[in-house]
Every structure is written in C-alpha cells, then in structure tokens.
Design a protein around this ligand. Structure first.
Ligand code: COA
Length: 327
C-alpha cells in the first residue's frame, strides 16, 4: 500500500520578539494574567515586510534542504492560512514564485487554526494518488495583521510563524500518515470569527475604524468547545487505528492555551510528558502551531523512526481534525 511520508520539516518566525511585559504598555493586562491563563510568555511579531508567504518560503526551503529535494521537484504547495498576503493571489502561488518551484501548482485551504491539518489531509490524498509526488503542506500566519491591538481579550494570545512539511510517497506499509480525520460545525461560527473584509461586510472606512477586519472571540465558550472537540477527534483517530493512549509517543495539539492542552491530555489519559508544548515561546500561531511544533520535535531528536505521532487541531468555523502518523 502506498503511504505518504514526511521527508522534511521546516519552520520560520519573524525577528521581533514581543514579551508579555511589552504588552502591559499596550493594553490593561499583566504578565501574571497571561502566563497563568494561557501559558504564553512571548510571541514573534512580523515587521519590515515579513509576510505570510515570505515566512512560509523560508520554512519551505528548510524542509526541502532537510530532504535533499530541490524546489523544481515540488509538485504541489497547499497552504493552511487565515492571514494570506492578499485575498488574491493565493499564498501557495506566491510561495511557488518565491521558491522557483516551476512545475508546482499552489492553493490555500481555509480552516482557521485547523488549516495545517486540513492541508496535510489534502496533501496526503494527492500523494496516495500519485506516489512519486513531492508536496509541501504549509501552515503560515501573520495573525498580527488581523489582531485588534486594543482588545486585551485577544491580542495577548496570538503570534506569527510558519511551519512546513514535505511529503513524499513510500511503499513501506509500516510508516507514514496512517489516517486523517476532519470535522466542522458552521453553526457555531459566531464564537470565533472575523466580521469584516468579505462580501457580507466589505472593506470600508467604517470597518477599518471599528477594526472589524480583526479576530473576534468569545474565549470561554471557545475553550469548552475546543476541549471537547480536540479530545473527541483524537479518540476517533486512536480507535480507527486500534491504538490506545499509551501507544502514542508524541501528542501535538494545537497550541492555543496550556490549560486546553492539559485538559485534553487528561481526558485522553495521555501523560503530559508526551504532549509537545511550545506555546510559552510562540503564543497561538493558528495554522502554523502544529507544523512548527513538529519541526522542533523533529530537529531536536525527539522523534524516532517508528514513533506514533498524533496531531490534533481546533479553530474557527468551528473546524477541527486529527492526523495519526507512524514516524
Ligand atoms: N489581561 C487581564 N485580564 C483579562 C485579559 C487580559 N489580557 N483578557 C481578559 N481578561 C479579564 C476579562 O475581562 C475577565 O474580567 P471580568 O471577570 O472582570 O469580566 C476575566 O479576565 C476573565 O475572563 P475570561 O474570558 O472568563 O477568562 P478565561 O479564563 O476564559 O481566559 C482565554 C480567557 C481567552 C485565555 C481563554 O478563554 C481561552 O484561551 N479560550 C480559548 C481561546 C482559543 O483557544 N482560541 C483559539 C482557538 S483556535
């Protein structure tokens, strides 16, 4: 059976670090509140022309270098993002241009913080269909461009980053992506959304003045749904592969809030030392959070051939999903 295998990983962040103390001078908040409620200590924020596609290009080059694959060999670039450089063209096409990936085609999937898991599921299907393919699955965000810097409920949470995996085909039946699980429930869209900028509420001076192009969230409601959905779909991924929590070597949940990750791990009975956590350094980077964590885990030697890795995402929409991988 042909499977898709991760043959390279890469990530990139902007140069500028913004600490919790820095935010104390912007909104009425404190380092103590942010740390205890979320686990975040700092985040990276873009400036000087750093864009979603430019960060994603750096991360892609790192993944390609790891695998020894040239940009010209890439067949497809699929990008999970909610903060594209522009509405048109899509970010995948821009990354293709920056890389010089001349034979590739690129497009975006739009699933908020679940964007990378959705992109990876799409990439997996393409590799299975054409086993010789080399596909970049990307999660990249400049969330700072859609963050309301006057809203303390949200601005302390988010950061900018990009993470990438390079997928290739393999005939080895004992490794690769074992299963993907995608879910959404559009009835709950209002709990986490961006009101302006689309055809319902097009850009206008009024929209800009009200900062309605920014993320609006009912944090405590989102929290409850996130815990339930993340645990539910992770359980489904284990059941489909006849695996127990004990079998999971590394659990990589979306890095939205340390308390959410702990509750999900408790509910699944996965010990906390097998949960990958880096939210303290990056904040919530939406679709970039899982591929950045995966790249860190890979490069630091935390992943060994044969390890079972469970990815688990949740975001606006609501959307959520899990991917089970044998490394
Ligand atoms: N600094 C200080 N106080 C703040 C604050 C900040 N940055 N943000 C909110 N508060 C205040 C609130 O105004 C509220 O004050 P009040 O009790 O006087 O009304 C109090 O803190 C508690 O607010 P609440 O929203 O109930 O806090 P919480 O414990 O739910 O934590 C979140 C808030 C946002 C950290 C938490 O709900 C969360 O992480 N939700 C999920 C978010 C998420 O994951 N989103 C992305 C999904 S992909």
């Amino acid at each position: 059976m042909n499977r898709s295998v991760i043959i390279g990983t890469g990530s990139a962040v902007p140069k500028k670090v913004v600490t919790n103390e820095d935010l104390e001078s912007i909104v009425d908040t404190s380092d103590e509140w942010i740390r205890t409620r979320t686990g975040i200590k700092q985040r990276y924020i873009a400036e000087d022309g750093e864009t979603t596609s430019s960060l994603a290009t750096v991360a892609s080059l790192r993944a390609l270098e790891m695998a020894g694959v040239s940009p010209e060999e890439v067949d497809m670039i699929v990008v999970g993002t909610t903060s594209p450089d522009m509405i048109m063209p899509n970010t995948g096409a821009l990354i293709q241009k920056h890389l010089g990936a001349t034979k590739a085609f690129g497009f975006d999937v739009y699933a908020a913080c679940s964007g990378f898991v959705y992109a990876l599921a799409v990439a997996d299907k393409f590799v299975k269909e054409k086993p010789g393919s080399k596909i970049l699955a990307v999660g990249a965000e400049i969330l700072s461009s859609i963050t309301d810097w006057q809203d303390r409920n949200t601005c302390v949470l988010f950061g900018d980053a990009a993470g990438v995996v390079l997928l290739g085909g393999s005939q080895e039946s004992d490794r690769g992506i074992l299963s993907t699980h995608l879910r959404s429930d559009g009835r709950l869209w209002e709990l986490l959304h961006i009101p302006g900028g689309g055809c319902v509420y097009p850009p206008s001076a009024e929209m800009a003045e009200k900062r309605d192009y920014c993320i609006r969230m009912q944090g405590n409601e989102v929290f409850k749904h996130a815990v339930r959905s993340l645990a539910g779909v992770a359980r489904e991924a284990m059941e489909e592969n006849q695996l127990k929590p004990d079998d999971i070597d590394l659990f990589i949940p979306h890095q939205a809030n340390m308390r959410i990750m702990k509750k999900v791990a408790e509910s699944l009975e996965i010990p906390i030392d097998r949960v990958y956590v880096n939210i303290d350094r990056y904040g919530n980077t939406s679709s970039a959070s899982i591929p950045v964590a995966l790249d860190e885990a890979n490069r630091s030697g935390r992943l060994k051939r044969g390890d079972l890795v469970l990815l688990d995402a949740f975001g606006g929409g609501f959307t959520w999903g899990a991917v089970m991988i044998r490394w």
